[in-house]
Design a protein around this ligand. Structure first.
Ligand code: FAD
Length: 281
């Protein structure tokens, strides 16, 4: 069976959580391994992550809170880990995070994700399955591609069990990256992060920030439907499903979908990909 998981972000309003539960009910059809919830991404509040996680756990959903270094003190992290352990949460996504532009620099006891991973392992032993981030097109701030691979190795050596990638649209990026990981003796599972195409302008803007490439062919094809959202989403489904099918043929450990808290178009891509997987395997 194909392992799928879904990323959500914490809703800003109380009403938003009810809507999010409906999104999860719809996505549950695909029996995801877990739902991860981002932490302070793009300047959102960190507390809402915990609230969202606890609400989803109450609905018997398997969850994975993200945790980042931004503003994180050891004492706060200890309490957060204890809270998650008491709610039987067994999985975390551990990141450095990015300092949001709109708030002053927060003092933190951690600078890089590997320090956070080590602290969590030291404090909680093997309780959590820990995922970290990986970058097939390399992290935008890295000094050198090999330094980025070394950094991933440092995170695995510090105790991470696996990694989820930044999204990409060019399968060569993932395959080349996996070859570099094998050369560096990184054997942990690396799950591709999949970004469905929702909106052309937002995708271009966000990709520039996070260092994900939109290949020229894709940019030009999306441009055809700049003023026709429905056709763009339909074409995006075809393109992203094709990417998922190729990844399955590369024997990926699973697929992690950036849902942006929407059922569609993720549902259609997952449905088609599961059908492909059951025929192929
Ligand atoms: P790290 O692994 O710590 O690396 C960051 C950079 O520092 C890299 O360039 C690395 O090569 C370099 N580096 C590492 N160690 C050293 C060292 N000792 N000396 C010098 N350089 C070093 N952000 C959020 O804020 N909240 C989220 O919930 C969130 N979820 C994400 C989920 C996924 C799957 C992914 C891929 C990203 C997510 N992000 C999130 C974004 C992420 O926080 C940013 O990409 C961030 O800039 C890097 O985080 P990291 O964990 O990869 O950092």
């Amino acid at each position: 069976m194909l392992e799928v998981s879904f990323e959500l972000f914490p809703p800003k309003t109380e009403g938003g959580i009810e809507k999010l539960k409906e999104v999860c009910t719809a996505l549950n059809t695909f029996q995801p391994s877990y739902y991860s919830v981002t932490f302070g991404a793009a300047g959102s509040t960190q507390e809402r992550t915990t609230e969202t996680i606890l609400q989803l756990q109450q609905n018997s959903l398997s969850t994975a809170p993200h945790i980042s270094c931004i503003g994180m003190k050891k004492s706060t992290l200890r309490s957060l880990l204890a809270l998650y352990q008491s709610h039987h949460i067994r999985r975390l996504v551990v990141l450095r995070g990015d300092q949001p532009d709109n708030i002053p620099i927060l003092p933190s006891d951690f600078h890089y994700a590997h320090e956070l991973v080590k602290f969590i392992r030291d404090e909680t032993g093997q309780h959590f399955y820990i995922e970290v981030a990986a970058y097939p097109e390399f992290h935008p701030q890295t000094q050198h591609p090999l330094a980025d691979i070394e950094n991933l190795k440092r995170k695995i050596d510090a105790g991470a069990n696996g990694a989820i990638t930044q999204y990409f649209f060019n399968i060569d990026a993932y395959e080349q990256f996996m070859e570099m990981c094998a050369t560096a003796h990184i054997r942990a599972p690396i799950t591709p992060g999949i970004m469905p195409i929702f909106n052309f302008e937002k995708l271009i803007r966000f990709s520039a920030l996070c260092g994900a490439e939109i290949p020229l062919w894709l940019r030009k094809r999306l441009n055809i439907y700049q003023d026709d959202q429905d056709s763009m989403v339909k074409m995006g489904i075809e393109i992203v499903t094709r990417l998922c099918e190729k990844l399955i043929q590369s024997n990926v450990p699973g697929l992690h979908f950036y849902t942006l808290n929407q059922v569609h178009p993720t549902d259609e891509i997952v449905k088609r990909t599961i059908e492909f997987h059951s025929k192929a395997c």
